[in-house]
Ligand binder design. Structure first.
Ligand SMILES: Cc1cc2nc3c(=O)[nH]c(=O)nc-3n(C[C@H](O)[C@H](O)[C@H](O)COP(=O)(O)OP(=O)(O)OC[C@H]3O[C@@H](n4cnc5c(N)ncnc54)[C@H](O)[C@@H]3O)c2cc1C
Length: 435
């Protein structure tokens, strides 16, 4: 096995795999290293794989729109067919509820308009007509179950919603990473599993490769930290944390799977609902279930984790709270006695926007802080990081003069400086999974 490469990607999740694939496309000898036994087994495996367009910043919306086209065009993007099965994009549409907190979606609709994305404005009656299972009373702002206001309407009707038909989900997020791995390997990319990076090697004032827990040293002038919820550990190893204005840390999340109301084919007829009024998002899940995640309302206590390899993966009261919140919106939703779903980690950044950047160690890069909302953008991030690395390795000063590139499908300019580790906290962020 070779022990010298043009680039090493630490991590084989969806974002690490897409970066490896894109570098291989550009003729680089690239190695993805992961401490787990296969591709996509980290936080990508727990992803809800929702492909939606509403983000709080125009840059977020533009990136998601660009990403959407890659998923539509999946086999052509990869240029190959994975013999173990290709994932599918399943269109479901997305209903986004207007609240005071999201400015009644004024910024979102302006961004959608700028990209010529079609959406429908619905008032409460319009929502009821289109989605008869949806209770349109206002319940927000969200509260905790021990609050007397919990579950009590605070108004006759929510302020309305937009419905974005071009939204959906990916059939199997773990398998999507395998698809990218196969495509990368076809181009000469390599993967090494069960290999834990314990040290970032340095030589002559720049990054020189990695050392593994078994003592193996692998050389490369470029190393990219794509370690998901472990990203802070890798940045610590590289000694680049002090230079970063925005930092990342693992955040625990519970995702609920509950049976859909009886008598309604939710798997085929249900839609994604992003609902700041009750503080949850939901989507149809296989087996006529509804999947429910949290939109991190202010009343909830966020559980940041010190060690992403050792934390409590049992469901807690949070699981019940989320299901009870969703039951306010979906008529006939039953709350099972047995909790099911999953517990996983986000790699949350201080402002819930990702960091796609270089570092103050020449040759060491990072695609981190994906904050529960960047699965959909992974193919775009592959291109973005490749453009960034190419420019910086050719001597471009990205911190002073941010690299820009033209996105493939939407033909819009992407200013990579937006994702800088040196930025001030972005006040336009939702400070939640919405990004
Ligand atoms: C519950 C949940 C729901 C989500 N839902 C959505 C959604 O609906 N839509 C959306 O767009 N996004 C969603 N996301 C976010 C999205 O899934 C992530 O942003 C994305 O999967 C991150 O991919 P990654 O490749 O950066 O990280 P990961 O998939 O976490 O991969 C990182 C890899 O690095 C490896 N690693 C770590 N440390 C080391 C080391 N020292 N040595 C070697 N390997 C190491 C790990 O083993 C891991 O495999 C969700 C995330 C979660 C957790």
């Amino acid at each position: 096995m070779r022990n010298a490469y043009d680039g090493i990607v630490i991590g084989a999740g969806i974002i690490g795999a897409c970066i490896g694939f894109e570098l291989a496309k550009r003729g680089k000898r690239v190695l993805n290293i992961d401490k787990l036994a296969g591709a996509g087994l980290g936080s990508t495996a727990g992803s809800c794989a929702v492909i939606r367009l509403h983000y709080s910043t125009p840059e977020g919306v533009a990136m998601a729109r660009e990403g959407y086209y890659y998923w539509l065009d999946w086999p052509k993007y990869l240029g190959t067919v994975d013999p173990t099965g290709m994932v599918k994009y399943i269109n479901t549409g997305c209903l986004v509820i207007k609240t005071e907190k999201n400015n009644h979606l004024k910024h979102v609709t302006a961004s959608l308009d700028a990209l010529n994305v079609v959406y429908e404005e619905l008032d409460a009656e319009g929502i009821r007509k289109r989605f008869p299972l949806v209770d349109t009373k206002q319940y927000g702002p969200p509260t905790l179950p021990d609050d007397p206001r919990f579950g009590q309407p605070t108004g006759d009707a929510i302020a309305g919603a937009i419905y974005v038909p071009e939204s959906g989900l990916i059939s199997d997020p773990k398998q999507s990473v395998h698809n990218v791995q196969v495509a990368g390997e076809n181009l000469g990319g390599e993967y090494r599993f069960k290999a834990q990076v314990t040290e970032i090697l340095k030589k002559g004032g720049r990054c020189a490769g990695v050392k593994l827990s078994d003592g193996t040293e692998i050389e490369a002038p470029v190393v990219i930290n794509v370690a998901g919820p472990h990203s802070f550990q890798i940045n610590q190893m590289a000694g680049v944390l002090d230079d970063m204005n925005i930092k990342t840390k693992p955040l625990k999340q519970e995702v609920c799977h509950v049976p859909a109301p009886e008598g309604f084919d939710y798997q085929n007829l249900g839609t994604i609902i992003s609902d700041g009024d009750i503080g949850c998002y939901s989507r149809p899940e296989l087996g006529d279930n509804i999947l429910i995640g949290s939109e991190d309302p202010e009343c909830d206590t966020l559980e940041y984790i010190a060690d992403p390899d050792h934390y409590d993966t049992n469901f807690t009261q949070q699981w019940t709270t989320q299901v009870m919140r969703e039951a306010q919106r979906i008529k006939g939703l039953r709350i099972p006695n047995q909790a099911s779903g999953l517990v996983d980690l986000y790699d949350a950044s201080d402002d819930w926007l990702p960091i796609y950047d270089k570092s103050n160690l020449p040759g060491f890069y990072m695609a981190v802080g994906t904050s529960g909302n960047q699965y959909k953008n992974a193919p775009v991030v592959g291109v973005l990081m490749s453009e960034l690395i190419e420019a910086c390795e050719s001597g471009h000063d990205h911190d002073r003069d941010p690299v820009q590139f033209t996105m493939h499908y939407t033909k819009r300019a992407c200013d990579i400086g937006f994702f800088s580790r040196l930025r001030e906290i972005n006040p336009d962020s939702s400070f939640s999974v919405i990004g």
